[in-house]
Design a binder for this molecule. Structure first.
Ligand SMILES: C[S@@+](CC[C@H](N)C(=O)[O-])C[C@H]1O[C@@H](n2cnc3c(N)ncnc32)[C@H](O)[C@@H]1O
Length: 210
C-alpha cells in the first residue's frame, strides 16, 4: 500500500522534481546548464536543480556573480534574470565573446593566468558567486581556484562545472584538491574559510563561511 502511494504519478513528480525557475530560465536562454537539450543540440547538464537548491534563498541579496566562460552569453543572461539585483560578470579567453548590456560586464582574459584574474578582480572586487565553466583543465581549475577563492565574499560560493574532464589522463589533480577540502571543512588545511563542499553530478559547489 505504502509503495503504491509512493510511486503514483504525483509523487514521482515530487521525487524527480518539477521544473524550478532556474530550469525554466536555462531553457529560455538556451544554456546547457538546464534540464533539456539546447536548440543547438548541446546535451543537458542538469546543473540548475543543484544551483537552485543552493542559491534560491539568496536570490534577492546576491549582488555580484562572475562566470569564467562566456561563449554566447546564454548563462550570463540566465543569471541576470535569476538574480534581479546582481551585476553579472563574465570572462573568456576569446575576445569575440565580449559584450555588454544592462547589468552584464565582460572581460577578455585567460583563466590560467593568475595576474590576469587578479587584475580583473581589482576591478570587480568581491563576488557572491564565482563559477568556473571555462577551459576545464586541471591547471586552469587550480590557478583560478587559488586566485579567485580570496575574492569570494563571506557566505559566498565557488563552483566548478564539468568535473568529468578530471578523469582524462593527467587531469586528476583537481579532484585531489577538491577532495582535500573535505578535511579543510574540519579545520585541516585547504582553502581558507571554507564552510562546506558539495558534489553533484559533474559539479562541485564550495561555500565560504560568513
Ligand atoms: C562551455 S563554454 C561557456 C558556456 C557558458 N558559460 C554558458 O553556459 O552559456 C566555455 C568557454 O570557456 C572559454 N575558455 C576556454 N579556455 C579558457 C581560458 N583559458 N580562459 C578563459 N576562458 C576560456 C571558451 O572560449 C568558451 O567560450
Amino acid at each position: 500500500m505504502k509503495r503504491d502511494i509512493l510511486f503514483n504519478a504525483e509523487n514521482l513528480v515530487k521525487i524527480k522534481g518539477i521544473m524550478n525557475i532556474l530550469d525554466k530560465l536555462a531553457q529560455k536562454y538556451d544554456t546547457d546548464k538546464g534540464r533539456y537539450k539546447t536548440k543547438t543540440g548541446l546535451c543537458a547538464k542538469d546543473y540548475t536543480r543543484y544551483y537552485h537548491e543552493a542559491f534560491c534563498h539568496r536570490r534577492l541579496d546576491v549582488l555580484k556573480v562572475l562566470e569564467i566562460g562566456i561563449s554566447h552569453g546564454a548563462s550570463l543572461r540566465m543569471w541576470k534574470e535569476y538574480f534581479p539585483h546582481s551585476q553579472i560578470y563574465g570572462m573568456d579567453i576569446k575576445p569575440q565573446y565580449q559584450f555588454s548590456e544592462d547589468r552584464i560586464w565582460t572581460f577578455t582574459g585567460d583563466q590560467g593566468s593568475s595576474w590576469q584574474l587578479q587584475a580583473m578582480m581589482e576591478v570587480i572586487k568581491y563576488c557572491d558567486i564565482i563559477i568556473d565553466d571555462g577551459g576545464h583543465t586541471s591547471k586552469l581549475h587550480l590557478v583560478s581556484l587559488d586566485t579567485l577563492w580570496p575574492w569570494v565574499a563571506p557566505g559566498g560560493y565557488y563552483v566548478i562545472e564539468d568535473l568529468q574532464t578530471c578523469y582524462r589522463p593527467g587531469e586528476y589533480k583537481t579532484m585531489e584538491v577538491l577532495k582535500s577540502q573535505v578535511d579543510a571543512c574540519n579545520g585541516r588545511g585547504g582553502l581558507k574559510g571554507i564552510e562546506s563542499i558539495m558534489f553533484a553530478k559533474r559539479l562541485c559547489i564550495m561555500k565560504k563561511e560568513v
